[in-house]
Structure formats: structure tokens, C-alpha cells
Design a protein around this ligand. Structure first.
Ligand SMILES: Nc1ncnc2c1ncn2[C@@H]1O[C@H](COP(=O)(O)OP(=O)(O)OP(=O)(O)O)[C@@H](O)[C@H]1O
Ligand SMILES: [Mg+2]
Length: 260
């Protein structure tokens, strides 16, 4: 197992921004089950980093741990230089960590506007909120049209947009997206990936979990490939994408029947 482990070295020279998120040797589990067996990742300011891997690899567990929803058993999570492992999600949200969870988890009976307002919880600034809302309505015109409608009336793709907008409205320093394309039509998947590209171009630091590895590697700067709660490979996305014979072993799953 261990002799399979490789790291594809990152290329490039010049000044490398400091990591905004540093996860080191993280161990997390549920009850008697250990799911993450010593995971280390880092995300630098302005980067789009993707985590890919098959069902049950531990991707959501990692994001939930960074967001404070799950308590680490050991290891460290440093955010903007401070240890945050085990801190409460509401405190981490205030400090700039935003999780757009798997399955959207919008409030179906609340309006689109109310769902968005919840995203600003803890980081609310009335003036900035109105300006940001106007800005996000340009990115997500559907949310303006449906502002007073119940969130549950939106289509799956529209709900995903609402979930992403809700994640952004607090102006996070780190936006974590858990499987944003899952279960969406091909057209909507294209829209979501285009949107993520736009967010990256705006300088937003993004940690993206995706089973659609091909698409994720296309837009990400770097990626980590997960298997059974461990990182098996990491490196620049383009290099990983070229290593099809290696990565296809790890990247089955929901690619519409396609292996990387
Ligand atoms: N609340 C829980 N209680 C017990 N086991 C859990 C719980 N949540 C997840 N697990 C287990 O932890 C492992 C990792 O789950 P996790 O949801 O992190 O995987 P994932 O990589 O996000 O998978 P998927 O691609 O299906 O979303 C799985 O074996 C899963 O069954
Ligand atoms: Mg998951």
C-alpha cells in the first residue's frame, strides 16, 4: 500500500502565497470507526484546490472537520495561522470559513431571500450585504427572479446556485464546495463549473470536492486524490490529469459512467 503512495512534485517558481488552510495528520471518525487516517492538505490564498475520490473515501468528512462540524481525534487544522481544530462551526464561519454542503441543504420552506440572509449570519454588515446581494444577482440572476419564492420550489441546479450564493454572502476567506455538480443535468453542470471558474477569477480561495474528476482537474490549480481516508496522490491538476493510468484507479464514481 505504502509503496504505491507517490507525490507528483509541484512545478513552478516564484513567490508562493502562504497557506490559508493547513491540515496536518488529521484523524477523524464516527464512533468506533476511524474515517480519516492522518490527512494533510494545504490551500493557499487565491488557489482552487480539488479533492477527488470515490464514494466513502472521506471527502465530506474532511470538509466537515474543517468547518467545525466534526471534531478531530488528533492532528491539526490551521486557518489563517491559528489552530481551529474542534472549534464551533459558527465561530469558524465568523472567521471566514464557509461550507456549501453536499446535497445543498437549503431551507425549502424559507424564501430565497431568507436563505441568503442566513448565509450572512455572524458576518452581517447591512451596507455591504445589500451591495453584495446586487453583485451576486448578476452572477445568479435566477435568485433575483425568485427572491420571494420558497427555496424548495427551485430546481436542483437553482438550489445549488442558492446554496453557493448563501455560502458566498458572508464573504468567506475560504469557500468549500462539497459535490456541487452532483445529480444535476449536463447543462447545469456546465453552468456550475463555469461559475466556479468565475469565482476563482475573482480571487476567491476555493476547496472543491468533486467526483467528476475530469471536470474538477480542468479548473483546479492543484488536487488531492483520496482513497479510504488517505491521500494517495497530490499535485498540479494538469499533471494528475495526464496520469490517467494512475488516477483512473482512484477516480471512478459519478462521472456518468466515464472513468476520468
Ligand atoms: N454520520 C456518520 N456515522 C457513521 N459513519 C459515517 C457517517 N458519515 C459518514 N460515515 C462513513 O464515513 C466514511 C466516509 O464518508 P464521507 O461522507 O466522508 O465520504 P465521501 O468521500 O464524502 O463520500 P461520497 O462521495 O459518497 O460523498 C464512509 O464509510 C461513511 O459511511
Ligand atoms: Mg461526500
Amino acid at each position: 500500500m505504502n509503496d504505491k503512495k507517490q507525490t507528483i512534485q509541484e512545478q513552478g517558481s516564484g513567490a508562493i502565497p502562504a497557506p490559508i488552510l493547513q491540515v496536518n495528520d488529521l484523524v477523524v471518525g464516527y464512533g468506533a470507526i476511524e474515517v480519516l487516517h492522518g490527512v494533510s492538505i494545504d490551500v493557499r490564498e487565491g488557489e482552487l484546490v480539488s479533492i477527488c475520490g470515490v464514494n466513502g473515501a472521506g471527502k465530506s468528512t474532511l470538509l466537515k472537520s474543517v468547518a467545525g462540524v466534526l471534531k478531530p481525534r488528533s492532528g491539526s487544522i490551521r486557518f489563517k495561522g491559528n489552530e481551529v481544530g474542534g472549534k464551533k462551526p459558527e465561530n469558524l464561519h465568523k472567521h471566514g470559513i464557509s461550507l456549501v454542503p453536499e446535497g445543498r441543504e437549503i431551507f425549502p420552506s424559507l424564501t430565497v431571500g431568507e436563505n441568503l440572509r442566513i448565509g450572512a449570519f455572524g458576518r452581517y454588515d447591512a451596507k455591504r450585504y445589500e451591495a453584495d446581494l446586487a453583485d451576486y444577482f448578476e452572477l445568479f440572476p435566477i435568485l433575483k427572479e425568485r427572491y420571494n419564492q420558497a427555496g424548495g420550489l427551485l430546481s436542483g441546479g437553482e438550489q445549488q446556485m442558492l446554496a453557493i450564493a448563501r455560502g458566498l454572502i458572508s464573504r468567506p476567506d475560504l469557500l468549500m464546495l462539497d459535490e456541487p455538480s452532483l445529480g444535476l443535468s449536463p447543462t447545469m453542470v456546465d453552468l456550475i463549473f463555469e461559475l466556479i471558474r468565475t469565482l476563482k477569477a475573482r480571487g476567491i480561495t476555493i476547496l472543491l470536492v468533486e467526483q467528476n474528476a475530469r471536470r474538477a482537474l480542468e479548473i483546479a490549480d492543484r488536487a488531492y486524490l483520496f482513497s479510504n481516508g488517505r491521500i494517495e496522490y497530490s499535485g498540479m491538476s494538469d499533471e494528475l490529469a495526464e496520469s490517467i493510468d494512475i488516477t483512473s484507479v482512484y477516480l471512478g464514481g459519478n462521472n456518468g459512467g466515464e472513468i476520468l
